[in-house]
Design a binder for this molecule. Structure first.
Ligand code: FES
Length: 73
């Protein structure tokens, strides 16, 4: 796999937005077909019915998680 830059944005109270050359695989190494998708949003609330992708359920369940590099302890 070529070394390419991937940008991951932690959305406030929401998913991880991943942009770049993405190879998303499950624990067995099977890869999701992301052809034509320059970015994906990955669920981090656990409530999505389309995991690992965000389906907006974080709003419905009231997921709360605000984080930034400044509040690591
Ligand atoms: S983060 Fe959006 S559904 Fe989980």
């Amino acid at each position: 796999m070529a070394e390419e830059t991937v940008k991951i944005t932690v959305r406030p109270n929401g998913p991880l937005r991943v942009e770049g050359a993405i190879h998303l695989v499950d624990a067995d190494g099977q890869e999701w077909d992301l052809t034509g998708k320059p970015a994906v949003s990955l669920c981090r609330c656990g409530a999505s019915e389309k995991r690992p992708f965000c389906d907006g359920a974080h709003n419905r369940v009231g997921f709360q998680c605000m984080t930034s590099p400044g509040n690591l302890t």
